[in-house]
Design a protein around this ligand. Structure first.
Ligand code: ADP
Length: 506
């Protein structure tokens, strides 16, 4: 049976030592996962444990006395590796190695080997102990892992030693940075940084932070071999050995230039849009101020024209020829029209400026108030249905009344020639909103005009056909929007229209 060839060196020793010798031999023999054997100073096998038999495939009888180079592949023998191993072990005490070894049947295994020199009591070299482990499985897993990383092409994955010098380089790194593996290994990773970042010692800080925090993540410009730049997203992780000592870093880099460009474009658009909106707001404010002051200033001369025309008509009407009287009457009619225009314009521009505080408003009362502004005969043409009767809406009372009044006025006005108007006002709750509908059976509105009629001065008819200023619906829209609501329109040309406002319920 193979045993460790350790003989009791002094026959006179106690049984205790013999016993410990025996325990030691049993221990070594029991280690089936380790090939443990002894070499003479020349490198010949002198002992062999069951682990060695299992791993190398030789029985002790077959291998005893053979030179240990028998375990090496020819290429290692050719470069004198076995002798080198013993030489280093003899000089330094031990030698560690990982590499291919050959079994008796010619197959290879990946071995982790520790060779230590053995001295006798007088310090004379009596041989070498060798402990070998078969790490083929580990090696295969490692290779698979390496191949996996190597194969990744969308990410540059590489490793650095603890000072930042590159120790591995994958396909993605070659593709992304343009360097071949041979030319980049051993170089410092600061090579990829732009001058400004090198000047502020960013590479050094990256490693310091990664080592301190266990992780470093950031984005920034990096430089390719050809000098071109790309925007990278980087993750750096420290690599530590089993004892926890830092041995290097892994770096994963991704080219996210496209994303960065897109983001910048979006940000640029947003900035431009903001500027445009601000300009627009300023223009609107100026326009509002202008129209307000013009309308305001127009009132006094208008009143003068109206007043003096009236005086002429009353005081001198008798003396005037009929034609002159008619012209004067037209002047008065025009001032009435202009007065209405100015009043509406003022209402409209005031609506942009004033604070609209919303409070619960009783819908029935708001509709009743709007109706009360009409002549009695017109009131009778409007039916009202509010459900429930005490329906409340969150709104600014005066503006809501004006909006409803404008809609009812239009519904009564835009009737087919010779027909009496029929208008229905309905109000009800729908989910979180209150809807108020004003429905007529009038002339209707063609689809292509349904948006523009809500703008100031947009009218579809001449003043002779249907009088008006073209501001009523603009007031409706602005008022409702400012109260947080919306306006919708359904209409069929020649059949009628329904305007619906939606406001938050209380
Ligand atoms: P105005 O009524 O003073 O003309 P508005 O702003 O209230 O101004 O309305 C703008 C235009 O929209 C009207 O001139 C008319 O052509 C159209 N319009 C409004 N309401 C109705 C309706 N109920 N039926 C048909 N057309 C309408």
């Amino acid at each position: 049976m193979p045993i460790l060839a350790r003989k009791s060196s002094s026959p006179g020793r106690t049984g205790e030592i013999l016993r410990s010798d025996r325990v030691f031999r049993l221990l070594v023999d029991s280690m089936r996962d380790y090939a443990i054997f002894f070499l003479t100073p020349e490198g010949n096998v002198a002992s062999w444990n069951p682990g060695a038999e299992r791993i190398n495939g030789y029985e002790f009888e077959e291998i005893a006395g053979k030179h240990f180079s028998i375990f090496f592949p020819v290429e290692d023998i050719a470069i004198g590796k076995p002798d080198f191993e013993l030489k280093v072990a003899a000089e330094t005490g031990s030698y560690r190695d990982e590499g291919w070894r050959i079994r008796k049947d010619g197959t290879r295994f990946w071995a982790s080997v520790v060779t230590s020199k053995v001295l006798d009591e007088n310090g004379k070299l009596i041989g070498f102990s060798k402990v070998t482990r078969d790490l083929t499985e580990h090696w295969e897993v490692e290779q698979q892992y390496k191949r996996l990383i190597e194969g990744v092409s969308d990410y540059a994955i590489y490793s650095l030693d603890k000072n930042g010098y590159i120790t591995s380089w994958n396909t993605g790194a070659r593709r992304l940075k343009g360097y071949e593996t041979e030319e980049i290994l051993g170089q410092h990773f600061s090579k990829f940084y732009i001058d400004e970042d090198i000047a502020r010692e960013l590479p050094k800080r990256v490693l310091e932070i990664a080592a301190r925090d266990g992780h470093y993540e950031s984005e920034g410009w990096r430089v390719r071999k050809d000098g071109s730049r790309f925007w990278s997203s980087v993750v750096v992780t420290p690599i530590r050995d089993n004892a926890g000592d830092l041995i290097g870093f892994s770096k994963i880099t991704r080219d996210v230039t496209d994303r960065k460009i897109l983001l910048e474009q979006i940000q640029q658009h947003a900035r431009e849009l903001e500027i445009k909106i601000r300009e627009q707001q300023q223009m609107n404010a100026e326009l509002e101020a202008f129209s307000y002051s013009v309308s305001h200033d127009l009132r006094a001369p208008l009143r003068a024209i109206e007043g003096f025309s009236d005086i002429i008509l009353t005081d001198y009407g008798e003396k005037l020829p009929a034609e002159a009287k008619d012209y004067l009457q037209q002047i008065v009619a025009s001032t009435v029209r202009m007065n209405r225009l100015v009043r509406d314009l003022l209402d409209y521009s005031r609506l942009a400026r004033i604070e609209l505080e919303s409070a619960p408003v009783n819908v029935r009362s708001a509709i009743a108030d709007a109706l009360n502004q009409l002549d009695l005969d017109k009131q009778s043409m409007v039916s009202v249905a509010v459900d429930p009767k005490n329906l409340q809406v969150k709104a600014h009372g005066p503006v809501l009344r004006q909006v409803i009044s404008n809609l009812i006025n239009n519904a009564l006005k835009f009737t087919k020639p010779g027909k009496l108007p029929t208008v229905a006002v309905k109000a009800f709750r729908l989910g979180e909103s209150v809807r108020i509908q004003v429905e007529d059976q009038g002339i209707g509105i063609a689809p292509q005009h349904r948006d523009r009629i809500f703008q100031v001065f947009e009218r579809l008819h001449g003043p002779d056909e249907y009088p008006g200023t073209g501001i009523g619906l603009a007031i409706v829209k602005r008022g409702i929007n400012r109260m947080g609501g919306t306006v919708a329109l359904q209409s069929e040309l020649g059949k009628g229209s329904t305007f619906e406002i939606s406001l938050p319920a209380t």
